[in-house]
Design a protein around this ligand. Structure first.
Ligand SMILES: [Ca+2]
Length: 307
């Protein structure tokens, strides 16, 4: 093992875990693959460290403890640093990183013990189990992504519980979050819509993480909204950048009287307060929320689509 591999490994670690890769965040499958990739990265980091430190002999229990502590801390510190460099911290990143560390330590030790029989099978089984566990979110995300592709240019018609996974309740409050659920009570298309129950909380609403780059040009974004009660003011925010400031994102208000309404937004009208046109090819986030004056409240969304 040549020492020159150490700076190369360090460079790979910095690039993989800290480069503010913008594509991550635009597609849930890539997001989940990046999570699962932590297993591979920290598996390789563990094997490499053992190889350098043991000079090709069986690792001592002390070294194993030292590396478990060192690389385990590195995994946690990596997640703590990532939010400051344009990446996001995730419990699953850390968990899959720890899986990689455990497999690296176990596999390396087992390799030198030249194990056979039941210990070998148990090690193989553990490898398969941890790799499978880290890939389950990727398969689940792929299923959601394919559903989205299938119904496109409908963004959400709220006909399948799977669609709910693309939406997240949103509020600037830790103890009072909105509820979202499919509902058959009111719908403008198909069999169901999305019911949104909003508590008394700042910026209470819901968020859609945009999944698709436009494959052909569309003129309008449309959605149907049902207000079962008193008139309220709905805010719509659209971001084409990660962490866009107020003046650098689209913000619009709609007065919603009781009953059903179809809101039609020409895509060319999506401009920021700063006068910049939102790049619809890079749209990554839609946020619907209500003015606090109208909370608590409930409303229904259906048939969000491009035309
Ligand atoms: Ca529907």
């Amino acid at each position: 093992m040549r020492p020159s591999i150490i700076p190369l490994a360090l460079l790979a670690y910095i690039l993989l875990l800290f480069a503010p890769i913008d594509i991550i965040g635009s597609n849930i499958v890539i997001d989940r693959l990046a999570d699962a990739g932590h297993l591979l990265i920290f598996f390789l980091a563990t094997i490499l460290s053992l190889r350098i430190m043991t000079k090709h002999s069986a690792p001592s229990p002390e070294l194993i403890k030292l590396l478990a502590l060192g690389i385990g801390s590195l995994i946690v510190i990596t997640e703590l640093i990532q939010p400051y460099v344009g990446r996001s911290a995730s419990f699953y990143d850390a968990l899959f990183g720890l899986f990689g560390l455990a497999l690296g330590l176990i596999d390396y030790k087992m390799y030198f013990k030249r194990i056979r029989g039941k210990y070998l099978y148990a090690t193989i089984l553990l490898n398969c189990l941890l790799v499978t566990l880290s890939l389950i979110p990727v398969l689940y995300a792929t299923e959601i992504y394919l559903l989205g592709r299938k119904i496109f240019p409908v963004i959400s018609d709220f006909e399948s519980p799977l669609e709910l996974k693309l939406w997240q309740p949103y509020a600037l409050s830790s103890n009072s979050q909105p509820s979202i659920a499919l509902s058959r009570d009111f719908k403008s298309s198909g069999r169901s819509s999305l019911a949104i129950g909003l508590p008394q909380a700042k910026f209470a609403g819901l968020e859609y993480r945009w999944q698709f780059y436009f494959e052909r040009s569309f003129d309008k974004l449309l959605f149907d909204i049902y207000n079962p009660s008193n008139r309220f003011v709905l805010h719509l925010r659209a971001d084409d950048k990660r962490e866009a400031e107020f003046n650098d994102r689209y913000n619009k208000q709609f007065v919603i009287p009781p009953g059903w309404h179809t809101i039609s937004l020409p895509l060319t009208d999506l401009t920021t307060p700063g006068g910049r046109q939102i790049d619809i090819y890079k749209l990554r986030r839609l946020l619907f929320f209500l003015d606090e004056d109208y909370l608590p409240s409930t409303f229904y969304l259906d048939n969000i689509r491009l035309e």
